[in-house]
Design a binder for this molecule. Structure first.
Ligand code: FPP
Ligand code: MG
Ligand code: MG
Length: 382
């Protein structure tokens, strides 16, 4: 499905997204006007709103299923396989196609966490631009940006306590912890030698073999890259969508939890890898300078693939592209190899896995939109 059809597929969500934004701004009224100004600046700037779009879509695609499952509905033998969802007639459920108010509030909470992480990220990365406009630290100063982010985080946590599910509060806290871990891992990789071993990592490099990884590249580079990518981006998608189905009634043993988490995790990986590709070949529409990640000393997927094809890149990676001209040379090397195509192919594999994670759900416009969004994550250009 192309980008336009993607948009059409989710256009029915517009009123819902407007509600999420209104909810956020409503929830964020602060008594300190400077703080209000700084968070409103980012809340209103970030119009892509992918994360709050996914949550109502997942809610629509799954609400009703969990209730049928846990209530041992006679239409299902509840023997524990996901395949049985295919046979459900969700039309009979009161929850079919409904988005619960708690799920909408969750979407607002997740967007607050995301925006807060960007306010902190732009301080850490010393970024001047965000979506083509001055970043919050550039426009309001570092202190306001850090405190604006802190304020959003505290509001998000307080709001999560109103959702009536202890588990969701714990999931939101885990999201915050994992985001910080991802940034810490990235900061370590910026200051340590890449030749040092990586930490205990959960991402295997199976997806890279055998067609994508043609040479014996040190897997620790990939381990740490994929681990960091999961923590800084994919984990939020995964746990946010897990929260969405928990709020929809999915009990601990309900396979819906795994379905939602798997979809979010794989989509998040695809999304971040394409972000890393756009650092080399994006146009003005991405709203940030080309090579920003290389400037930060980061070895993302395109660099790791290019390393396999051109060993001249190794010393530049080892010194974190710090010498004058390193950044430009690295970009040229990456563009002269197959690294960008191979990175995109890797993202496609993750997107396909996200698409396939939903296979057991009954057909619906929301399921189709989620699958189209997964595949569209790879063809996006900003
Ligand atoms: C953007 O990545 C940043 C993130 C995905 C996460 C940032 C997380 C932190 C700063 C940790 C603190 C967390 C919280 C919850 C306050 P990027 O810099 O690669 O992308 P960009 O080009 O959008 O800046
Ligand atoms: Mg950044
Ligand atoms: Mg960053």
């Amino acid at each position: 499905m192309d980008a336009e059809s993607n948009l059409m597929a989710i256009s029915f969500l517009q009123p819902c997204l407007d509600q999420v934004r209104a909810q956020m701004l409503d929830d964020l009224s602060s008594t300190i006007p400077q703080l209000t100004e700084v968070y409103q600046y980012y809340v209103q700037m970030h119009s892509k709103r992918l994360r709050p779009t996914l949550i109502p879509l997942m809610a629509q695609a799954t609400n009703g299923l969990a209730r049928l499952w846990s209530s041992k509905d006679p239409r299902c033998d509840c023997s524990g396989t996901e395949q049985e969802y295919l046979n459900y007639d969700v039309g009979g459920s009161a929850l079919a196609n409904v988005i619960l108010p708690e799920q909408l509030r969750l979407a607002a909470i997740i967007e607050m966490v995301h925006v807060a992480s960007l306010m902190h990220d732009d301080v850490l990365d010393e970024s001047f631009l965000r979506r083509g406009a001055p970043s919050a630290p550039c426009r309001f100063g570092t202190k306001q940006s850090v405190l604006g982010g802190d304020f959003l985080l505290t509001r998000a946590v307080i709001l999560s306590t109103t959702l009536g599910e202890l588990e969701v509060i714990s999931e939101v806290a885990k999201i915050l912890q994992t985001l910080v871990e991802g940034e810490l891992l990235q900061a370590q990789s910026q200051s340590q030698s890449q030749s040092q071993g990586s930490s205990k990592l959960k991402w295997d490099t199976q997806l890279l073999e055998p067609s994508l990884l043609t040479q014996d590249v040190a897997t620790s580079h990939w381990d740490s890259y994929l681990d960091k990518t999961y923590r800084k981006t994919a984990s939020l998608f995964a746990h946010a969508l897990r929260c969405a189905v928990i709020l929809g009634g999915a009990a601990e043993s309900d396979p819906l939890r795994k379905t939602a988490t798997e979809y979010g995790s794989q989509l998040g990986m695809a999304f971040q890898i394409i972000d890393d590709v756009l650092d080399f070949n994006g146009d003005d529409s991405i709203g940030k300078p080309i090579g920003a990640d290389v400037e930060l000393g980061l070895a993302t997927a395109p660099i790791l693939f290019a390393l396999e094809e051109n060993e001249d890149l190794q010393p530049l990676v080892d010194r974190r592209f710090r010498e004058p001209g390193d950044v430009q040379t690295a970009i040229q090397i990456v563009k002269a190899t197959n690294a960008l195509a191979r990175s995109t192919a890797l993202a496609s594999l993750y997107a396909q896995k996200a698409h396939d994670a939903l296979i057991s759900l009954p057909e619906s416009p929301s399921k189709a939109a989620l699958q189209a969004l997964a595949m569209g994550a790879v063809s996006r250009d900003h």
